[in-house]
Design a protein around this ligand. Structure first.
Ligand SMILES: [Zn+2]
Ligand SMILES: [Zn+2]
Length: 280
């Protein structure tokens, strides 16, 4: 598999449509995020090739790449919906349907073809966080937990349209199993979902950057981020809200030093957040 030579420039949002078209013509398929900024001509070529292919390996790559361009693009959406309803022979060799591939681009669609969003476009770097992972975890009892609290009443996060979001993260148990958190919008009550206690955890002290950064997140960045599209280390993963059963929305990445990333998701309707971990 060829690597994209301008990866660093890409994650700074500085690659042109011509660079990306050249990458497509050179057969570059990874990281698939590079196609987020693909121009219309490249996108059309990708759709044509996807609709024509008989090869499951190529279909897998094109679905992942096109997913990055698709949230606001009706032609990509139409192609995905068509292939989901009328599967080609290659579908039997893939693990999941086109609606799951769409999740790499932070969107998906219902069986009725209604497109919905699983992420926020605007992305801010996470510049500092202190006091992480030092409190007693209500789940495993180790001194490795704290509350990641994001004040979305800050004007920079106003597009998220929610209050204060809290998410318990434990560097011991969240590594192995998703931690679900129930919170109140004023930030005053935060508990592991389904385990109400009177104990209070430390709250992390977070600082987000003054200016937004490029939407796509580099999965190997040592700097966390709020919003944008997650850079998955493993497969795209959107947890199911334990209360309403809908897919949760991605809202932050917190890297764990030298290892992998915690991915944070939320259900704004039920005020439940999820934290889970991926590493190579
Ligand atoms: Zn724990
Ligand atoms: Zn819910």
């Amino acid at each position: 598999m060829n690597d994209f030579k301008n990866e660093k420039l890409f994650y700074e949002g500085k690659c042109t449509e011509a660079d990306i078209d050249a990458a497509f013509e050179a057969g570059i398929t990874y990281p698939h995020e590079i196609y987020y900024l693909a121009g219309e001509a490249t996108r059309k070529k990708m759709i044509e090739r996807l609709m024509a292919t008989t090869d499951s390996h190529e279909a897998n790559q094109l679905l992942t790449m096109l997913a990055m361009t698709g949230y606001a693009n009706p032609e990509v959406q139409a192609a995905f919906i068509k292939l989901e309803r009328n599967p080609r022979p290659w579908r039997s060799k893939l693990y999941v349907d086109p609606s799951s591939y769409a999740e790499y681009g932070g969107w998906s669609f219902t069986p009725e073809g209604e497109v919905y969003k699983l992420a926020y476009d605007i992305c801010y770097p996470l510049e500092a966080s202190t006091g992480l992972w030092e409190d007693t975890c209500l789940q495993c009892g180790e001194d490795t937990a704290s509350i990641f609290t994001l004040d979305c009443t800050d004007p920079r996060l106003a597009h998220m349209g929610i209050g204060v979001v809290s998410n318990i993260i434990c560097t011991e148990c969240t590594i192995y199993e998703t931690t679900f958190t129930k919170y109140t919008l004023d930030g005053n009550e935060v508990d592991i979902y389904g385990k109400e206690t009177d104990e209070d955890l430390w709250t992390t002290d977070l600082v987000i950057g003054k200016a937004p950064k490029f939407t796509c997140n580099d999965r190997w960045s040592k700097q966390g981020s709020v919003g944008g599209l997650p850079g998955w280390i493993n497969d795209a993963n959107y947890e199911i809200c334990p209360e309403c059963g809908k897919k949760m929305k991605y809202y932050a990445t917190v890297p764990l030093e030298g290892a992998g990333n915690f991915y944070l998701e939320l259900c704004p309707d039920c005020q439940i957040t999820a934290a889970f971990y991926q590493q190579t």
